[in-house]
Design a protein around this ligand. Sequence first.
Ligand code: ATP
Ligand code: MG
Length: 501
Amino acid sequence: MAVQFTANEDEIFKKIADAARSCSMPCYLIGGFVRDTLLGRPTKDADFVCVGDALQLATVAAQRFKPHPKVSLFKNFGTAHFKLHDGFDLEFVGARRESYQYNSRKPEVVPGTIEDDQKRRDFTINALAISLNSHDFGALVDPFNGVEDLNQGIIKTPLNPAETFSDDPLRMMRAIRFATQLNFTIYPETLAGITEAKERIRIISQERITDELNKIIKSEKPSIGFKLLYDTGLLHIIFPQMVDLAGAEFIEGKGHKDNFYHTLQVLDNTAQRSDNLWLRWAAILHDIAKPATKRFEEGHGWTFHGHEVVGGRMVPKIFNQLKLPLGEQVKYVRKLVELHLRPISLTKENITDSAIRRLLFDAGEDIDDLMKLCESDITSKNKFKVKRYLENFELVRERCKAVEEKDSIRTWQPPITGEIIMETFGIRPSRPVGTIKDAIKDAILDGVIENNYDAAFAYMLQKGEECGLTQKTGFSSQETGKGAFTPEDSNSKEPGNENKF
Ligand code: ATP
Ligand code: MG
């Protein structure tokens, strides 16, 4: 069986083949590139394995491209790498044999044959090679029936699974990641090998585990991966809080839904609406505090009061534990978890503009993502209910749009800052500063006072007095040079109402 390359690939690989011949080294394309080409998934990452010194081959090969790419040499690992101007990433490694020590995933490495090298690969579909040698250029080298497994959609280790996974436990995450990305089945013995070796995952760094987890989450249907992680017991080790969602308890004949499977459905629904990894994380975490807040109220049933707030507080802890980024991303996910019930409360009748303004203010630029999360959270099996709930959310979206056009809340900030409050009353950062600031914001959003600096300043003095504070400076609107506040891009043109929502 020969593989069809594009004209560009053919040109690149002929150059590498030429270089390998001049160095008298057998050379093969191997791994992901071969797999993805056979699957018809275009890729620009190509790995080459040569029987000999990979650093020498890469250096010689680079000379055949114009302009000459800069070669990175990793002497300690015996690998080399260069990138072509059209984005092709070429990685070179010498064929090797590996033997592992029990307590590490760093093997002892000695030079070997192409067969040795294929044996150390994780799965049959990743062990496929294509010859770049003159006598059989383009021929597939497939000692483990990888093509058959590709055709049947099977993930299978070339050698004994328990040993393969124990040698390098990251392969367990990779198996589940490929099964999810490619929608493949893990071969029963291979799957049993994961269950058997699961505890070994503990020797893998959190960063690598999370990297694979994120690849699962970025797939088209992430639930495939989470179900496999759950069924093999890996999830219990790497993300126990998510396992706590599983199961339904019954009291007085009343049960609640299994929040693990509900969460997976919400995640898949979100994945259909957005590619944003962090929105998908918000889906994973939206109900994470349901186990912690679960109560059975007699005569009423199961409740999860406050799960959105408690869940919000759990978000930074989980991000920290999983070594996920602690910057803007964690704030965004926390905010969506905290707000995920708000749009539902706005699907009732007689919702005031001020309630909509509050949601817009709290969600800010992320209102659209929040609406997507809420829509994904509808997992009823009753099609009519789903349709009705979606229509209700559509009405909330329309109200948000209308109010936003009128008042531009998304990017609005109250006219009085914490600094002004502190300076006016001569106080340090403390609780009253927040209380007064919130009171001003609420008064404006509720339409109690006008949306301008002077009205807010007067209100601040009044609220300060209620907290036992007196004005220390002669600070006023004139002295700050700030005039009346008008929302950005406001198009509220009613006379005398410019500054009122
Ligand atoms: P992708 O690039 O989509 O992650 P890939 O299969 O190319 O998929 P890489 O991590 O780029 O994965 O690795 C390239 C090749 O190296 C793999 O196809 C596989 O043959 C081999 N490989 C990678 N990681 C391992 C591992 N932990 N154990 C054994 N072989 C591995
Ligand atoms: Mg790759």
